[in-house]
Design a protein around this ligand. Structure first.
Ligand code: NDP
Ligand code: OXD
Length: 314
């Protein structure tokens, strides 16, 4: 068994105690802000680390993201040239599939309408299109997008996908690249964003994009679900698209600024369902063992898996 490696745990935005406890049960762990320039640090486990802190570690072998997204690491212009490993884990994927299925079904089965009817004691059954008349379009057909597509297919929805490069998936109509974005949107009733945040995807979900969704369907409009990153969308454009009827409802787990500022109109918008970036939270009980296995593999001279392609940005 390889000797213990020293880990720098650099987390901002939430308390790192559970990650610290689990990592330090088997490895020496330095909690940022202690440890800059510590030559004994081999690995960094990070979420929104302080920019520059990783560049000062002379013997760093790899960086582990606590999340599936790595924009919080690549934001740092001084991130050292060592492999960056992101989260790919059954537990995280399962949470995301649950969230996507929950929000798509709520829009499809007109949950918002029933929630307005009940307090007014209204006994009214709206027309309900079956799932096979509704097309859910997933932007980002990666680990999470493909798993969500599979679950939606099993429920009977038509499923569309959009990715950067060409793919095939049984039962899913797939478009790729900028040139094929419009036909993908035109064929979609419920849009689900599961893209990473990169220079190419920042701000992609704006008023004009939402206007390209299909509104001629049995639900009387289009819907938007964002469980990717908040900066994929323009918050103000979402509100405007709702008010102008381009979309009927939105489920937003992520926002341009997080936590969502109290002054944001999205908090109280009657057609918006807000969750606090909780669609698929990283659970250290499941993820720490995967990180330690990867560190051991590298120490044995094996290859790391789930390495980020820095050029693509995800
Ligand atoms: P993957 O890297 O596995 O998949 C990313 C997908 O996005 C790929 O299909 C990729 O295309 C596509 N993509 C990337 N850039 C573009 C582009 N410019 N145009 C079109 N498609 C593009 O990521 P995951 O599925 O694991 O995760 C997706 C994102 O979900 C994460 O980056 C993170 O931001 C977010 N997330 C949010 C959570 C939450 O709680 N809200 C929890 C976990 C993740 P291609 O297949 O061609 O490479
Ligand atoms: C992630 C996240 O990227 O939680 O995993 O947002």
């Amino acid at each position: 068994m390889p000797g213990p490696n020293r880990i720098l745990l650099a987390i901002q935005g939430f308390h790192p105690h559970r990650w610290y406890e689990l990592l330090s049960a088997s490895r020496p762990v330095t909690l940022e802000p202690d440890g800059p320039a510590d030559p004994s640090i081999d690995y960094a486990v990070v979420w929104k680390h302080r920019p520059g802190v990783l560049a000062s570690l002379p013997n760093l072998k790899a960086i582990f993201s606590i999340g599936a997204g790595v924009d919080h690491i690549l934001n740092d212009p001084a991130v050292p040239d060592v492999p960056i490993v992101r989260v790919v884990a059954q537990n995280l994927t399962q949470y995301m599939v649950e969230y996507v299925v929950w929000r798509v079904l709520d829009h499809h089965r007109q949950g918002a309408l029933y929630r307005t009817q009940q307090p007014r004691k209204i006994w009214h059954e709206p027309l309900q299109p079956p799932a096979d008349e509704i097309a859910v379009g997933i932007m980002g057909l990666g680990q999470l997008g493909r798993a969500a597509a599979k679950a939606l297919l099993a429920l009977g929805f038509k499923v569309n996908g959009w990715s950067r490069t060409a793919h095939t998936m049984e039962g899913v109509a797939i478009w790729h690249g900028e040139n094929e974005l419009t036909p993908f949107l035109n064929a979609t009733d419920i849009l689900v964003a599961l893209l990473p945040l990169t220079p190419a995807t920042r701000g992609i979900v704006d008023y004009s994009l939402l206007g390209k969704l299909n509104r001629e369907n049995g639900l009387g409009g289009a819907f938007f679900v964002n469980a990717g990153r908040g900066q994929l969308q323009k918050d103000a454009d979402i509100a405007r698209a709702l008010d102008d009827g381009l979309i009927k409802e939105a489920s937003l787990d992520v926002f341009e600024t997080e936590p969502l500022p109290e002054t944001s109109p999205l908090w109280t918008h009657p057609k918006v369902f807000v969750t606090p970036h909780s669609a698929a939270s990283s659970d250290p009980v499941h993820l720490v063992p995967l990180m330690l296995e990867q560190m051991d593999a590298l120490e044995r001279g094996e290859r790391l898996t789930n390495i980020v392609d820095r050029k693509a940005g995800y």
